[in-house]
Design a protein around this ligand. Sequence first.
Ligand SMILES: [Zn+2]
Length: 302
Amino acid sequence: MKKLNVVYNDNYDIPLPEGHRFVGTKFSDLYNFIKNSNLYTNLTIHQSNSAPINDVQVVHNSDYVLNVKEGNLSRDQERRINLPWSARLAKRSFLAIQGTLQTSQLALDYGIACHLAGGTHHAFKDCGSGFCVFNDLAYASITLLNQKKINKILILDLDVHQGDGTASICENIDNIFTCSIHCKNNFPFDKKNSNLDVPIDDEVDDVKYINILTKTLDQIESNFTPDIVFYDAGVDVHSDDDLGNLNLTDHGIKKRDEIVCEYFKEKKIPLCTVIGGGYSKNRQELASRHFSIFETVSKTYL
Ligand SMILES: [Zn+2]
């Protein structure tokens, strides 16, 4: 029986004060959800390692990386990230970006791999933003290119928010194609330029969304043929998400993930998935939404 490679770490959760709008336990909640599902026996779980500081400094500003590590962020920087600094936050930030890199390396070896975190697409070169400390998508992409393992990378960001940090960091790197389909009237309000931005209106539903996605995939195909795809499968496109303004149902998210998986599987292009954003006070509900990509990947690839 073929197994699905999944990357996780027990230290992914983020300690937060009560009432904080980010669900800091969502990583272990998702892990436990998967553990109690019938997918679990078909998975090979890999623990992520900590990203070497020198490697992170290739992608992010050296001082910023040090300030994250040592807890020397300015009040403004911390406010912009919107997560209180803690030694655990610093530690998990180095683990999570390496986790996405490890997942991408497994994807190159096996055609598919999934990270049980990632999608911190608002982090810029010299600062974090919107619950994102370091940018795992940019870090993994740039590291893979520097390792000269592959030439061309597509970052397909279907989180409801624009991947502004990713667009900015990767702006002048021709070998990385960034595509973001996002809600126009939502954070970040100062949008950056991805290679392909598809801003969509509030209240877009399953049918409209799937139509937009299909057209976008065709548009990418006529511009760029990647050696690997990073897929940010954010579930904040759901109608009940606290921070999204779209109207997708569970079925719509499932359909979206199926289309992406089948599209790249058919083309034999390795796919690395990250969970991206999802905001619901109901922890079980949130875990079940993030579970969707693991279910769809298992169904498509195993
Ligand atoms: Zn988001």
